[in-house]
Every structure is written in C-alpha cells, then in structure tokens.
Design a protein around this ligand. Structure first.
Ligand code: ADP
Length: 482
C-alpha cells in the first residue's frame, strides 16, 4: 500500500500511450524497505511499444512545428506542477525506491530543475550563417529536432534520469517514449500524469511499463526512433548500442562508473571527509557518480580514515520515511550480495574492516555503511563498481601514483580530488580521464553543467546548453544564385 498522497490521482498504475492511461496491472511494484506491494502495473511488450513509437512519430511534426515559445510554456507549466506536487512525488519515490525522504525531495527538485532549465533553453536553439565559398551563395546551418526519442532509465533516480533526457528532447521539438526501470515505474507515471495536465499534446510523451527486453528491442530497432537515450549498466548499454546500429540511431549513453576520490596531503581533511560521505553514501552508494575508490596520501591517511570511520558509523540506517534516516535499504538482494562479495574478496586478500561490514540488524536489504582500509589494486572493489555503501581506502605516496591508479579503469564518468595547491589542482584536473571532476567537492550534479562520461562510461552530455544539442540534427542549406 502507498502512503496517503495529497493528490491520490498521482498514483497511476497504467502505462501512458498516446495521451491515455491504459493496461491492466499485473507486475508488482514493491517497497524495498518493507516488502509491501505498492501497486501493480501493466506488463507491456513489443506491440504496445510499437504503438507508442507510432503515436510519438505522429505527434512529432505538429510538436516540432510549434514555436519554441509555445513548447517552452508547456514545459514551464510541467515544471510548476512538479514543484507544486513535490511532496507527493517524493513520497511515491521513497516508497518504491527506498532513498530517505529528504533525498527524494532533493531528487524531485533536481529533476524539476532540468524541466525549468530546458523550458528556458528551448528558446535558444540557434542556427548559423557561415562565410561562403562563393560570392553568390550563403551557407545556412539549421538545428532541427532529431525526431522520436526513446529513453530507457534506471531505478536509482526514478525522476531525474527521466527529466534529464526528455525535458531537453521536448524543448528541442522531439517527442518521447520512456521505459522506466521495472523497480520504479510509479514516479515515471506520476510525471506523465503531470505532463498530461501541463498540456503536452497526445502522443508527445509516452511511458511504457513491462518487459524490458521486448520494449527495449522495439525502442532500439524501430526505424522511427531516431535517438535512444539510456542510463544504466554498461552491459545493457553496449547491447542497446549494437541493436541501434542496424538503423543507425544516435545513442546517448550514461553507463557505469568507477569513481576515484583522491585525498592529497595538502587537502583540508574535514572537507574531504564531508565530500567522501556525500559522494559515497548518497542513495546508499547507488549512483553512477558515487565514489568507488578512495585514495589517501601517506601524510594524512590515518587522520582521514579515523574521521571517516567515525562519521560513517554514525549514519542512521532505516526506512526512508523515519526521521533522521540517511541510509535506506538497497534496491534488492542482488545489490546486497554484490556489496558482500566485494567485502569478502577484499578481506580475503588482506584488507582490514574499520566499520560496518555486514547486513544491518533491520534485515531485508538494509546494510551497514562500511569502511575498509589496506585496499589494493588486485581486489574486486578496485575494478568493479560496488553500487553500495562500501568505502574502500587505498594508500598512496606520490601524485603520479594516484593519477595512474585513478585512471587504471575502462570507466570514465566522475572523479574527485581534494588538494589546495593550485599547480596540483590543474595538473590533476587535466590528467584525470573522467568526464566530470569534483575538486574539493563531492557534489557535482546540477542542471547547469554537462553531465556525462568518457571511455566506457558513455558518449553524451546531459544538462547545460550542451544537453539540448544531443536532440538536434544540423542541416546545411546552400543558398546559391544570389
Ligand atoms: P541495473 O542492473 O542497475 O538494473 P540495467 O542496465 O539492467 O541496470 O537497467 C537499466 C534500465 O535498462 C532499466 O530500465 C531496465 O529495465 C533496462 N533494461 C535491462 N535489460 C534490458 C534489455 N535487455 N533491453 C532493454 N532494456 C533493458
């Protein structure tokens, strides 16, 4: 059962296709903190996905033909509705995902910020007139919406991963088909209901629940889908990229990370501990930009570990609706087993347990926030994303050694470091092979900046003025005979 909402009509349990909610609920959505069934949503497949794509394709030209200002006004209305309903949205989010309610409110505000930003940015998609190769011609460059956009999104940010993709797409003049994660469809459907109320025309926004493989198969292969946006695991992203190749779709991927967090001898240690807590334990460690490896220089190692451990041991674990809780349950058993396997592997290879280390006494998927020291490159945590509340601390001596270790991964999403020396700050910033670097901060995400990775962490940017360009095509018009 769902907690009482101020507006119970926001609890939608049907998929949203071509402007209508439809389908019978059969797949249970569960509260990870309690195990309760919250609702049942339809198990849609290839047929419904095809219908949704066709509805989006039919809606595309009229939507693209509206003026940017008209699209902007509807996005702005959607933003206002998300803000006005933030408590209900956060309630739905915490219920199906588990993160503490305060964090869920933060996510709703963050999700809304993309809608607000791209409502504004819709009006600033510019073309160009380039210098010509002949006197009697002009070279025109148009930026046009790419077409139908499909978005496949994960459970760790049930709201923000959707708005971050579809707000810029809609602003640019694209129409969208969203497949949220099966763990967290209710937040997505509530956002769809608010989009409906905001006045998006039928078919402009579609949300499908159900069979990931069948729906994903259509979204990655239907010729009318021109861009596939995906946030999720690297394995699934690579597969979708391969499937999208058959119709030469653009793919915008945000995949896994293996974020290093480096603390140099000249760092402000208290600030570094704050940053480590923020970047490691947000969402119980279940974000793609979460710190995965902490490297601490010899001179400050012991002081840093002592302070970190004290803070981590004090993190309150429990149901996200309880006061003061900052660590909810992990999403499922598989997530817990991965954390356990990383801890067991590290301990077997000589790491030391400083705090935590096991399932929390509350049972279910609650896990004790954990710190390990004496971690080395041969341990699983060095090369694999834990995606849970485990902070492994490596010790290092030189700057070169830290940079080499930090870059020794196929991933390149986010990295962090703490230092005060200006020369070092520039050297390390330039040397880190990551799409995003937090310097003396563990909180980098904002709609104002381009979020995204390099190497096997992805190939696109979401947020900022760059984010809307992903959803446009350049058209060159050569106007001759002047
Ligand atoms: P996680 O392991 O964190 O759940 P996934 O990459 O499996 O990460 O999930 C991210 C999104 O990808 C979810 O919406 C999920 O349903 C979807 N997904 C998983 N497998 C496939 C697939 N074979 N085809 C299309 N989408 C998929």
């Amino acid at each position: 059962t769902m907690r009482t909402l101020t507006d119970p009509a926001l609890l939608k349990t049907q998929s949203f296709i071509d402007g209508a909610f439809e389908g019978d609920g059969c797949v249970a959505v569960t509260n990870p903190a309690t195990g309760e069934t919250l609702a049942k949503v339809p198990d849609m497949g290839a047929d419904e996905a095809t219908r949704a794509v066709e509805a989006a394709a039919a809606a595309f030209h009229p939507w693209a033909a509206r003026t940017a200002k008209q699209r902007s006004a509807i996005l702005r209305a959607w933003f206002d509705l998300i803000q006005a309903n933030r408590e209900d949205l956060a309630t739905i989010l915490t219920s199906e995902q588990g993160k503490p309610f305060a964090e869920a409110l933060g996510e709703i505000d963050y999700a809304a910020s993309y809608v607000e930003f791209y409502a504004e940015e819709a009006k600033r998609v510019m073309g160009e007139i380039l210098p010509s190769h002949t006197a009697d011609a002009r070279l025109l460059v148009l930026r046009q919406p790419i077409g139908v956009v499909a978005a496949i999104t994960p459970w760790n940010f049930p709201a923000a991963m959707i708005t971050r993709k579809i707000a810029p797409a809609l602003a640019a003049g694209c129409t969208v088909v969203v497949k949220p994660a099966p763990e967290t469809p209710l937040t997505a459907l509530a956002l769809a209901e608010l989009a409906r109320r905001a006045g998006f025309p039928e078919g402009t926004v579609n949300v499908l629940t159900g069979d990931a493989v069948a729906i994903g198969g259509v979204l990655s292969s239907h010729p009318k889908v021109r861009l596939l946006g995906f946030t999720g695991s690297t394995a699934v992203g690579k597969m979708l990229m391969a499937q999208a190749a058959t119709t030469v779709k653009k793919v915008a991927l945000e995949l896994g990370g293996n974020a290093p967090f480096i603390v140099f001898d000249d760092a402000d240690i208290d600030a570094a501990v704050d940053g480590a807590i923020a970047s490691k334990y947000r969402n119980m460690g279940q974000t793609c930009v979460c710190t995965n490896r902490i490297y601490v220089q010899d001179g400050v190692h012991d002081a840093f570990v002592a302070r970190l451990a004290e803070r981590v041991a004090a993190l309150k674990v429990g149901d996200g609706f309880e006061d003061g809780v900052v660590q909810g349950p992990l999403i499922n058993d598989r997530a817990v087993e991965k954390v356990e396997s990383h801890i067991a592997d590290a301990l077997a290879k000589g790491a030391q347990l400083v705090t935590g280390g096991k399932r929390h006494e509350r049972g279910r998927t609650f896990f004790e926030p954990t710190v390990l020291t004496g971690v080395t490159a041969d341990m699983l945590v060095a090369s694999h994303e834990t995606f849970g509340p485990l902070a492994p601390v490596f010790r290092f001596s030189t700057e070169e050694e830290a940079i080499a270790a930090a870059n020794d991964t196929e991933f390149g999403l986010a990295g962090y470091f703490y230092a005060r020396d200006a020369g070092r700050i520039f050297r390390v910033l330039e040397a880190l092979e990551y799409g995003m670097v937090g310097i003396n901060t563990g909180a980098i995400s904002t709609e104002l900046a381009p979020f995204g990775g390099i190497k096997e962490s992805g190939n696109s940017r979401e947020g900022s003025h760059h984010g809307i360009h992903e959803f446009t095509e350049l058209k060159y018009g050569c106007l001759g005979g002047l």
